[in-house]
Design a protein around this ligand. Structure first.
Ligand code: ADP
Ligand code: MG
Length: 311
């Protein structure tokens, strides 16, 4: 039968086949995971949650595969990794295994690992010509005063290389404070970067959500009273914004430079224009879907459809 394109429902008919999608996540109860599962089902796919930490990897030249709770995972068309920062090492190994099995992934293992290291990702962004706050990294240097001078003096920001959700980001009001903080981290053998403090941002930043080279939503986050960190996990509030063409360009370019097709790009407004702070490989959906009212989870599923259908 020839489909009547004016019949009701015609435009809803999926032009792709039903896929078997796995969301790699510690729990199906997490907001973003739940939304992705909902969006996948709404679009007619088989989608389930697999806890990557409980996967066992069978590595071999022929037939590499993944065992989950004693059963082999079969006929997987795509994975959507939602790997938390605390389990990046194992999570990336699981993603790599699916790559070896030629399963489509929304986040490649290499990009995931890169994006988790603030130093490495800033270096990649600088090479790609993306502007950022001036940043210094030293090998547990004793000469912290020099590092502070290089970023324009105090106040300055000190960040753990692998911090997340605003934890591990410190504002040092004076050079003395900066020296004390860096020394404390050095003693713990925790590596840090020293960064120019963008005070004109006044505790605000911008989160742009990029899917497949397109901005699918953007919000401004404002830190709670007296807080320079705008993270929603630290009590920040989000509101819908329209990005300037320059901000759009920057966010798409930053995501591409890190090889991330699904990314949350954090930018900050400075007197010399927007600067990229970081690019997140597992950006949360709750804040952005609430602020924009858009079905961002659906955008992620649509991206998978375009690729698996093409693959
Ligand atoms: P995290 O991975 O913990 O979110 P970020 O680098 O994104 O680390 O920093 C957390 C927040 O701190 C940012 O969203 C921003 O509001 C604030 N912040 C970070 N770096 C700077 C900076 N150089 N100048 C001013 N504010 C900053
Ligand atoms: Mg951040």
């Amino acid at each position: 039968m020839v489909a009547n394109k004016y019949a009701p429902g015609y435009f809803c008919t999926p032009s792709f086949s039903r896929m078997n999608i796995l969301v790699l996540s510690r729990s199906g109860k997490l907001f973003s995971t739940r939304r992705i599962v909902e969006a996948g089902r709404a679009r007619g796919h088989d989608i389930s949650v697999v806890d990557h930490v409980q996967c066992d990897l069978v590595i071999a030249r022929k037939d590499p595969h993944v065992m989950y709770k004693g059963q082999r995972l079969e006929d997987v068309d795509a994975i959507i990794p939602r790997i938390g920062a605390s389990v990046t090492f194992y999570g990336a190994a699981v993603v790599r295994q699916f790559e070896a099995m030629k399963v489509f992934t929304t986040v490649e293992s290499q990009s995931l690992v890169r994006s988790r290291d603030k130093l490495r990702s800033l270096q990649i962004l600088s090479k790609a010509g993306v502007d950022m706050p001036r940043t210094v990294f030293t090998n547990y240097s004793k000469d912290v005063a020099m590092a502070v001078e290089h970023v324009g003096g105090a106040p300055c920001i000190i960040k753990l290389l692998e911090g997340t959700q605003g934890l591990g980001v410190v504002l040092a009001e004076s050079k003395k404070a900066a020296v004390a903080v860096v020394e404390a981290f050095n003693t713990l053998k925790a590596r840090v970067i020293v960064q120019e403090f963008i005070k004109e941002a006044k505790g605000e930043d911008i989160r742009a959500f990029v899917v497949d080279g397109t901005i699918v939503g953007a919000m401004r986050r404002r830190g709670k009273e007296g807080e320079f960190r705008s993270n929603l996990h630290r009590g920040g509030k989000a509101e819908l914004i329209d990005l300037s063409p320059e901000e759009q360009e920057m966010a798409v370019h930053a995501a591409r430079a890190l090889g991330l097709r699904v990314a949350g790009v954090d930018m900050i407004q400075s007197s010399r224009g927007p600067l990229v702070l970081e690019v997140n490989a597992s950006p949360g959906l709750e804040g952005i879907e609430q602020a924009t009212g858009r079905d961002i989870a659906g955008e992620i599923i649509a991206y998978v459809e375009r690729n698996v259908a093409a693959g």
